[in-house]
Each structure stands twice: as C-alpha cells, then as structure tokens.
Design a protein around this ligand. Structure first.
Ligand code: PBG
Ligand code: ZN
Length: 321
C-alpha cells in the first residue's frame, strides 16, 4: 500500500510538497474609468467593482500600488459613442487621459491597455459594422490607431481583445512604425463567445445592440481551433497570449501552456459574480473558493491571471504565508 497520507500529515509537510503557488506578481486587476467628475459608481452585477472618474480613481490606484500585484488592465468608458469608435483613438479620449494620469501619479504601476472598439461604438460591436456585418480588414487600421494612441499616452502593454483576424501583426507594425518597438502585445488569442461576460458589459457599457459576438469570438466547443488561434498570434508577433474565460476552459489553458509562451488567463466578470453572489448568501467561503480557483488556473498552466479578485487575493495570500 502506498501511504499518500504521510505527506499530508501536517501543515508544514503539506506546505513543503505543494506543487503550485499563486504569487501576487501573477495577478492583474481590471479597472473601469469613466468621463465626468466625482464619480464612483457601483457595478450592480459585480459587488465590490466600481466605475471611477479620473478625479476619484486614485482611491483604487493607491490600493493597487500597495498590494504588490503586477499591474492593472484599464477599460475606458466614453460618454460619446459613434459608428467608427472615434473616441478609441482620440489622443484626448477617456482612456488616454486616464493612462496619462496614472503614469504621472504612479509611474511604477504597470498599465495594460485593452484595445477593442466595443466601448466606443454606438452599436457596441468590436469592429466596424456595415449592413449588420462586422468587417474584419476595415477594423484593423482603427485598432492600430488605438494601440498607438494608448502607447503614446504611456500604456506599458497593449492587449487587443477584439478577435479580428490579423490584428496582432497590424498592431505590431503600427507600434513599430511609431517607435514603440519595445511595447509588448498581450493578445486575447483564444477568446470564446461566452455568457460569462455579461456583468462586464454592464461595467463597461459595451453590450452589442444587435446580434451577438459569435462571428468573431470563438465557439466554446472548439479546443483545437483555440490552439490554432494561439499559434497564429505567436506567429504574428504576440509577446503574451491569453485564454479567456478561465474556469470552464482549464483544458485549453493546459494545451496552450505547452507552447511554452507566456500565458495570461482572464478570470472573467461572470466567474467573479457567481463567487460573490454565493458568498454574499453565506453559501460558500469566499476566500477559500477564490484561492482554490486561482490555484486551479495556475495549476492548469497560467503564468498571469487577470482577475477582479486580485486585490482581495493579494491580502489573502499574505495571510496564508
Ligand atoms: C471587450 C472585452 C470584453 C471583456 C474584456 N474585453 C467583453 C466582450 O467581449 O464582450 C470581458 C471581460 C469580462 O467579462 O470580465 N472586447
Ligand atoms: Zn470588444
């Protein structure tokens, strides 16, 4: 008989043989910045998450700074939206101003800038729309302009989340031409058309006003295609690839990690909201469930985890040490 229980017999021995550790440096925290003044709007479907105006965002930045996590992922919410998402690549747009503000006040906080048009388009789709179709090639120059504008504002990493084909090479070329050869691209490579994004769409005010995102985001039934997407993004020049969402996609994470490329995983809004709702009902222990989830994501092969739990988890990890 193998006595597996020998190595489970005390806290110290369990700690010694633990295979997977989540570290604060694995974590990235998403934030939402909105136009206007003196705004701290709770997102109803995401308890603990708020939209901040630039003059109030310091509140969360100081927490991020103290937490020792790796950085933040920024989403801007413009007050003006139009067909061509002009606010996305306006050097004075909400996200650009927010990035400049953060860089000035906290030069050491790593800023990952999400690049996608859906928060800025009047129709809420991630690309240019014509006759109810989402056009691929016509979207690429707009994404490229957005990426360059955000890099100019001080974004440290560019993270395209739109799922247009060819966007990584288009963005890479545009960044290089504008002198940003050293700005990495973290590409949302295997991004599935998921029902787990709906709380985010409340937070970012980016729900599509017709149809869905299934003509550009992936079918959740497809694992092999996900790996083709990841490989293609690597070939196009992505520095970090991503799988999104996390918990229903641990098999994809595992496969993608075998490519030996830095791998980010997005533990998305719906995954967060389910945990928060059950915890608020007293049905689960929030701290324990979150640490279990994050460890599972890491065990599957993630190097970086983008999560709305990041600030809480950073505290809890410290308590566990
Ligand atoms: C925008 C974007 C989305 C998310 C990140 N960037 C939503 C979407 O594709 O509709 C989802 C994040 C989350 O659910 O937490 N393209
Ligand atoms: Zn989008």
């Amino acid at each position: 008989m193998q006595r597996f229980r020998r190595l489970r017999s005390s806290k110290n021995i369990r700690r010694m043989v633990r295979e997977t550790r989540v570290d604060k440096s694995d974590l990235i925290y998403p934030i939402f910045v909105t136009e206007g003044e003196n705004i701290k709007n709770p997102v109803d479907s995401m308890p603990g998450i708020f939209q901040y105006s630039i003059d109030r965002v310091d509140e969360i930045l100081s927490e991020i700074d103290k937490s020792k996590i790796s950085g933040l992922l920024i989403f801007g919410i413009p007050s003006h939206k139009d067909e061509l998402a002009t606010g996305a690549y306006d050097d004075n747009g909400i996200t650009q101003r927010a990035v400049r503000f953060i860089k000035e006040k906290y030069p050491d906080i790593l800023i990952v800038a999400d690049v996608c048009l859906c928060e800025y388009t009047s129709h809420g789709h991630c690309g240019v729309v014509h006759n109810h179709k989402i056009l691929n090639d016509e979207t690429l120059p707009l994404l490229s302009k957005m990426a360059v504008s955000l890099a100019k504002s001080g974004a440290d990493i560019i993270a395209p989340s739109d799922m247009m084909d060819g966007r990584v090479s288009a963005i890479r070329e545009a960044l290089d031409e504008n002198g940003f050869i050293d700005t990495p691209i973290m590409s949302y490579s295997a991004k599935f058309a998921s029902a787990y994004y709906s709380p985010f769409r409340d937070a970012a005010e980016s729900a599509p006003c017709f149809g869905d995102r299934k003509t550009y985001q992936m079918d959740y039934a497809n694992g092999k295609e996900a790996i083709r997407e990841v490989i293609d993004d690597i070939n196009e020049g992505a520095d970090i690839v991503m799988v999104k969402p996390a918990l229903a996609y641990l098999d994809i994470i595992k496969e993608a990690s075998k490519l030996d490329y830095p791998l980010a995983v997005y533990n998305v809004s719906g995954e967060y909201s389910m945990v928060k709702a059950a915890a608020q009902n007293g049905w689960i222990d929030e701290k324990k469930v979150v640490l279990e989830n994050l460890t599972a994501i890491k065990r599957a092969g993630a190097d970086i985890i983008i999560t709305y739990h990041a600030l809480d988890a950073a505290k809890w990890l410290e308590e566990e040490e």
